[in-house]
Design a protein around this ligand. Structure first.
Ligand code: ASP
Length: 567
């Protein structure tokens, strides 16, 4: 039983490719074997009809085998056929002969899910999730569900809210993550918790996000970041072994946030790209180029940074202009360049470098014959951002990066706070329950900008895959953090009083992390966006084209909820 994938009428003999979840089999209907009504039924089969066939599986006649197909050696010689259901003509072909627009595919998601790539992705997701469950369970983790109707959680996005009918005027929030509840589970003594948890965030959906997505959410008691890293490494190692048949080298390398910004201009570096950012403030500042001299004079607040792109001395002026446009868009005043050719600097700012500086510049940048040198000068943060962006852009365009070469890296010791220009105040870089580094505790209130946190991300190939932290379990530290971000004690009480209270009853030191499951599926299995890893995803404007959500509700329901809509 299955779906009619393709029907070919060879005048007399009829071939049907019958498809189900497990694959496709060829069925042959021969007029000499079947009675007339059966043959007529077979001829009536249309695309995506649901059919039942009885017959004998046999070798295909010599010469008609299909090596492309796993079942290409055999066919089913039909001796009975029933049509279990008809189908309207699908609005797009399901055999990959032409790609329909994504909107059309989202509208008819159940048809798109019948197609090989999406189906395989959903199946992979199941297997991967099972590996995670098995591995973590074997490591002593307990899978515990946390509520979906919650007090607002502190992940920093907008909450989706649900009116509480029994408490007119009050609302539940849908959880942005199980953060508070998993911490309370630590207080409750469940020292190893995990959950395959749905998270809901009402954000403007930038770059490949979904309003609801899934995390592999973990929390552990009596741990340092090393323990958390080891569990995540073990989990990914298990996925690689069980679902990809590969041996993943662990442990992963670790770099600090500062080093990541200095070397890659990004907190989620792609280590496959074969060049890094270099600080050339000193040697460039000795050239005759005014901008470089200025940066040296004002260092360390300002700097001149460079990337040496291997082999790209062949880049045309137009390409270099393109790089400069990208740099300017990212906030640079300009982008300086030169080529390393025939043992000297060719073009661009090359003429400002005295020959005696050349060896030092080559040494500082690591540039070799045939490389293109790109320089940005100015405020350190801007220079890192701009060169980091160019590194990613040029790295992806000019080098064949293998999507199946996974270069995992831990980035840790992030700053605890970020300066919020709009609010003119500090806000938590991750969330307010993140523990500062012990050695920075002393500056918590006197110099919040220099406080680093026990805060870590896992990145691979330019993607952020996980974030987590060791948490604050001391009341005084928690209160100090709240003061720094300008949260009044009463506000804290109102929002997370229940957590703070729980912390007063013997909260163990604890920490955790959450991995984005949807993105892992796409990274490991393939796909264009996390929509390909989710059975029923939403569009960029958070709508579901299949069922039409969100939708209005009945005025009677609104009345019962005591809600008046003003639109
Ligand atoms: N709740 C955090 C998040 O969703 C993860 C964590 O800190 O464990 O980013």
């Amino acid at each position: 039983m299955g779906w009619a994938h393709r029907v070919r009428d060879h005048g007399g003999v009829l071939f049907l490719d019958l498809r189900d979840r497990y694959g496709i089999a060829q069925v042959v209907f021969r007029p000499e074997k079947l009675d007339k009504p059966s043959m007529e039924r077979a001829r009536a089969i249309g695309s995506e009809f649901v059919v039942l066939v009885e017959g004998v599986i046999q070798r295909r006649p010599a010469g008609s085998e299909n090596r492309e197909m796993p079942t290409g050696q055999v066919e089913v010689e039909a001796d009975a056929i029933a049509i279990l259901n008809t189908s309207r003509t699908p609005p797009f072909p399901l055999d990959d002969s032409a790609m329909a627009s994504e909107d059309l595919r989202l509208r008819y998601r159940y048809l798109d899910l019948r197609r090989e790539p999406l189906k395989e992705s959903i199946i992979f997701r199941h297997h991967m999730t099972r590996s995670v469950r098995e591995y973590l369970s074997d490591e002593g983790f307990l899978e515990i569900e946390t509520p979906l109707l919650v007090k607002p959680t502190p992940e920093g996005a907008r909450d989706y809210v649900v009116p509480a009918r029994l408490h007119p005027g009050k609302f539940y929030a849908l959880p942005q993550s199980p953060q508070l509840y998993k911490q309370i589970l630590m207080v409750a003594g469940f020292d190893r918790y995990f959950q395959i948890a749905r998270c809901l965030r009402d954000e403007d959906l930038r770059a490949d996000r979904q309003p609801e997505f899934t995390q592999i959410d973990l929390e552990m008691s009596f741990v340092t970041e090393d323990d958390v890293f080891a569990v995540v490494e073990g989990t990914l190692h298990a996925i690689f072994q069980r679902d990809l048949g590969k041996d993943l080298p662990i442990p992963f390398p670790r770099i600090t946030y500062d080093e990541s910004m200095a070397r890659y201009g990004s907190d989620k570096p792609d280590l496959r790209i074969p060049f890094e950012l270099k600080d050339v403030t000193q040697v460039a500042g000795e050239s005759a180029f005014e901008v470089f001299r200025g940066a040296k004079a004002e260092s360390p607040a300002k700097m001149t940074g460079a990337i040496a792109v291997p082999g790209l001395a062949t880049a045309s002026r137009r390409e270099i202009d393109g790089f400069e446009a990208a740099a300017k868009q990212a906030g640079a005043a300009g982008l300086a360049w030169t080529r390393v050719k025939a043992g000297s600097l060719d073009g661009g700012v090359g003429k400002h470098f005295d020959a005696s500086l050349l060896p030092r510049l080559l040494e500082a940048t690591g540039a070799k014959e045939g490389d293109l040198l790109l320089f940005a000068s100015g405020a350190r943060v801007m220079v890192q951002r701009v060169l980091g962006l160019l590194r990613t852009q040029i790295g992806n365009a000019a080098f064949k990066l293998d999507p199946k070469e996974f270069r995992f890296v831990w980035v840790h010791r992030f700053p605890l706070f970020e300066w919020d220009e709009g609010r003119k105040g500090w806000s938590a870089a991750h969330h307010i329950f993140t523990m500062p580094l012990d050695e920075d505790l002393a500056y918590l209130e006197s110099d919040p900008g220099r406080v680093r946190a026990q805060l870590y991300d896992l990145a691979a190939n330019g993607n952020e895959l996980a974030s987590g932290s060791v948490r604050i379990h001391r009341k005084d530290v928690q209160e100090a953090v709240m003061r720094v971000i300008g949260m009044k004690a009463e506000e804290g009480q109102l929002k997370f009083g229940f957590l703070l209270e729980a912390f007063e009853y013997g909260a163990p030191p604890h920490g955790g992390i959450a991995l984005g499951l949807d993105r892992l599926v796409v990274l490991f299995h393939g796909g264009d966006s996390i929509r390909d890893a989710i059975a029923f995803p939403k569009t960029a404007s958070a709508t579901s084209l299949m069922d039409g959500a969100p939708a209005s509700i009945d005025p009677a329901d609104l009345k019962e909820l005591k809600i008046r809509v003003e639109v």
